[in-house]
Ligand binder design. Sequence first.
Ligand SMILES: CC(C)(COP(=O)(O)OP(=O)(O)OC[C@H]1O[C@@H](n2cnc3c(N)ncnc32)[C@H](O)[C@@H]1OP(=O)(O)O)[C@@H](O)C(=O)NCCC(=O)NCCS
Length: 184
Amino acid sequence: MTVLAVPPTIVLAPMRRRHLRAVLQIEERTSTTPWSLGLFLAECRREERLYLVALDGTRVVGFAGMLFVAGEGHITTIAVDPDRHGERIGTRLLLGLLRGAVALDAAAVTLEVRASNGAALALYRRFGFAPAGVRKDYYSRPVEDALVLWLHDADAPEFAERCVAIEASLDAPLAAPIDVEEES
Ligand SMILES: CC(C)(COP(=O)(O)OP(=O)(O)OC[C@H]1O[C@@H](n2cnc3c(N)ncnc32)[C@H](O)[C@@H]1OP(=O)(O)O)[C@@H](O)C(=O)NCCC(=O)NCCS
């Protein structure tokens, strides 16, 4: 008998209350200063926010979020289940967030990242983020500087082409378009 290995299909969806138990479990495993349930709930409900989960079937395997201020996007969080690192789930989440940013007319996107976080830095560089400054001792547990990264011209055709190339490198395209206007 031939057994065909079917790659898991990861679907992005807006973060909802029902996802938060799993989101918190991932948060606890990936952050030394984890967000609380109340903070996730409040963020998801605020205006000018885009919070996504990555689902493998019904299982939450990652999440990411962004807020919008004065036409700029600020990535507030991104994390993937440690058992699923390296499966390009973070890449999918960032693709979804950045396409959402463009759809919401944010042509510039920024974030902070621990200076030692090689995996995250590699992920952001691939999308064209570049360092623009350092926030001294920004993080605690352990205390560490943050690098401030910016992505400009996210509304330019070159960035859309970059996203198409990144998506083409995945084992399957993003499974569903994100409805950034969907109500909770
Ligand atoms: C950062 C994070 C979200 C990446 O998620 P992921 O699903 O493992 O990432 P991907 O599989 O999409 O990999 C993206 C890129 O990161 C790099 N990368 C992934 N894991 C890496 C590792 N352990 N070491 C170095 N680079 C790594 C690779 O360059 C990879 O690109 P490639 O697929 O072209 O090789 C994940 O490591 C994570 O949850 N970390 C803890 C939370 C965190 O640090 N969040 C960032 C806060 S700013």
